[in-house]
Every structure is written in C-alpha cells, then in structure tokens.
Design a protein around this ligand. Sequence first.
Ligand code: NAD
Ligand code: DAU
Length: 370
Amino acid sequence: MQSVLITGGAGFIGQNLVHAWRAARPADRLVVVDAMTYAANVRSLEPLIADRSIQFVKGDIGDAALMHRLFDEHAFTRVAHLAAESHVDRSIADPEAFLQTNVLGTFTLLKAALDFWQAKAMIERARFLHVSTDEVYGSLDFTDPAFTEASPYRPNSPYAASKASSDHLVRAFVATYGMPALITNCSNNYGAYQHPEKLIPLMIIHALEGKPLPIYGDGSNIRDWLHVSDHCDALMNVIEHGRSGETYNVGGGNERNNREVVGLICETVDAAFAADANLAARFPSCPAASGGSCRALISFVTDRPGHDHRYAINASKLATELGSRCSVGFEDGLRRTVHWYLDHETWWRDVTSGAYKAWIDKNYGFRIAV
Ligand code: NAD
Ligand code: DAU
C-alpha cells in the first residue's frame, strides 16, 4: 500500500490518472492537490471525494508550508507531479505564471519531498515522478530521427523553457541529494477531459458549433498523438518499476500533421451526424446538420510565434525496460474522443463559458485568415 500525492490532479491528464490509479491500485491512499486554475475541473472527481476514495486539497505547489504539512500528515511514498501551466499560446501571451508554477513550484515541491524523506529515512522506498514534455527537446525536421532520452534540450517557447528548467532541477536533486526521482517526457496527449483551448477539443467543439477551425500557419506541423489512457498506464509503470534517476520518453507512435488531424476530426464528426439523426437538432449550426461537411469550416490563420515544426518520440527505452507500449490507434482514439465530447456537452459548455471566452478573443482576435 502506498500513500500517493498527485499534483495537478484536477487537470486533463491528472483526472485521467486519478481514475486509472484508483482502478488499478485500490489499496493505495490518494491525495490530490490542485490550485484550481482555469484549467482545472473537479466534476469527475466529485464521486471519489464524496465516498472518500481520494482526498482533495485545493492548494498551490508553490506554498511551501502547505507542501510540508501535507507530507507530515500523509507520509507520501509516491509523488506524481503533474501540476503545471501547460498551454504554449498562453505562455507566449503571459509567461510569468509558467515560471512561478513550473519552475519555482516544482522546486518547492521537490524540497518538501526531499526534506521529509531524508528526515524519515524514506529515500530508499520513496519515488517522485516528474511528468514533463517532449517540447524540451525543441523541433525536428521531417527526416530527423525521433527524440531519445539523450536528445539535447532546445526549448523554443516560454512553456517549454519552464518545463526544461524543472527537468534540470529534478536532475540536479537526483545528482546532488540522491533524490529518488524519475522523469517522463511525453508527446501530445488527447482524450476525455482535455481543456478546449487545446487543438483537438477546440476543433471538435468549433465544428459542432459551426465556428471556423483555425489552423495555424500552413498546418504542416507534426505532433505525435498519445492517447491519455496509454500515457497514464505508462506513468504508473514508470513510477513503480522505472529505475530511479532515469528519464523515460513516452510517445504515441502516431505522427500526424495538423491538417490531417483537423481533416480526420471533420470526417469523424460528419460520420457521427450521418449515423445519429438527433445530433442535427442538438447542433444545428454544424455543417453536418444540413448534410454538408465540417471541412468547410477550415481556416488557415496567422502562425504561432516560434512554432515547433515536428515532435516525434522514440519510446523504445520504455518498451524494452518496462514493457510499456501504446495500445490506442489514432483513428480509434480520435473517434472515442469525438464521441466523449458529444456525450459531455454540459461539461464543455460549462468550461467554455466565462473566462474561456476572454481567452478565445485574446488568442484568436489578432489572428487573420491567411
Ligand atoms: P492541464 O493544464 O490540463 O492541468 C494542469 C493542472 O495543474 C490544472 O488542474 C491546474 O489547476 C493545476 N495547477 C496549475 N498550477 C498549479 C499550482 N501552482 N499548484 C497546484 N496546481 C496547479 O495540464 P495537462 O495537460 O493535464 O498536463 C499535465 C502535465 O503533463 C503538465 O505538467 C504538462 O506539462 C505535462 N504534459 C502534458 C502534455 C499534454 O499533451 N497535455 C504533454 C506532455 C506533458
Ligand atoms: O508535445 C507535448 C505538448 O503538447 C505538451 O507539453 C503541452 O502541454 C500541450 O499543450 C501540447 O502542446 P502543443 O502546443 O503541441 O498543443 P496544442 O494543442 O496547443 O497545439 C497542437 C498543434 O496544433 C500545434 O502545432 C499548434 C496547432 N494549433 C493549435 C491550436 C490551439 C492550431 O493549428 N490551431 C489552434 O487553434
């Protein structure tokens, strides 16, 4: 039985990890800490909080007193650290929060964990998993080999630079203090509960509402899409069985450019409307409601500054050492994701009201069709 702290557990990957962990390891005690930023949503966790399957703490990982108190109260033996500012466009518009949470917050959490584990002589049996990103490695050309754990760090956005800084802190804690930490660097996740500021949910929701589908630049940028369930399986495997001090890349093996991704979303939404006559009444502004295609909504807009061209992950270390392999193919995962958003209209309507509208105006207001 482990006492587990999951930071950022009310975010997209965090919520999925809490549910996956609860199902896979029912004996573990789970505490979630989350600052409840705009990106957080506890609705899916409410039943677990209500029946005391998990304990939820609203709090900031940068709050040293709170972090020390939580370690004292719960004597964590596992930390899965996901709390972060995660959206690249927001880091371009307003980088400061990224440094506060991703760098200083990670430092504060690392220090609290190390102090507690050293004081209680728990270093040998404790594990700290730092969840990071492939963006720290920078951008690849079409013909470059995929990122390995030995690829040099070349972050290009304030977000990527802040995650790179946090990775370096973790590495330094391992080398200097013998911190029992591991790092994962993964590619683009998609699936249930993803905030609609990110490419896939944004395009699904815009398609349903008959709004433009804004592809940055010429849409040739490539991402390696990883279904969030495969990612969560890998995280639970790495924290338990990975070698302390090591880094593991996690990828989906699904490289697609943004034009392909948006085209596939359009086809999937069109097919859903063709198969279910009720959708036309629920989403009358969607072109598929009147027999057209969502492709008509595609619009190419001003590019993201410093836009990384291609990410690709070589995940062979994870497969060889720990046996983790992705099981969700992209077409299947995307179809499941489109249907999740169709089935959870109330969830995304709540998320896309209020402050979200101000973000959409800020990020897309200045972009012109090209
Ligand atoms: P997200 O933005 O959906 O969720 C982040 C969560 O962290 C939110 O619930 C937010 O409230 C919380 N948070 C932010 N600042 C906090 C603070 N100071 N203290 C406590 N909680 C705070 O992000 P996500 O997509 O779920 O990503 C989770 C982690 O995985 C992040 O570290 C991110 O860098 C990393 N990652 C994400 C992806 C992806 O494709 N989504 C890919 C690679 C790596
Ligand atoms: O690679 C891992 C990273 O993936 C994570 O570390 C980040 O937290 C996560 O946000 C994601 O970063 P990206 O910038 O790749 O994801 P995003 O969904 O913002 O964009 C995916 C691609 O789609 C990217 O090439 C930019 C493009 N895009 C995005 C949006 C929001 C568009 O063309 N139009 C859009 O409106």
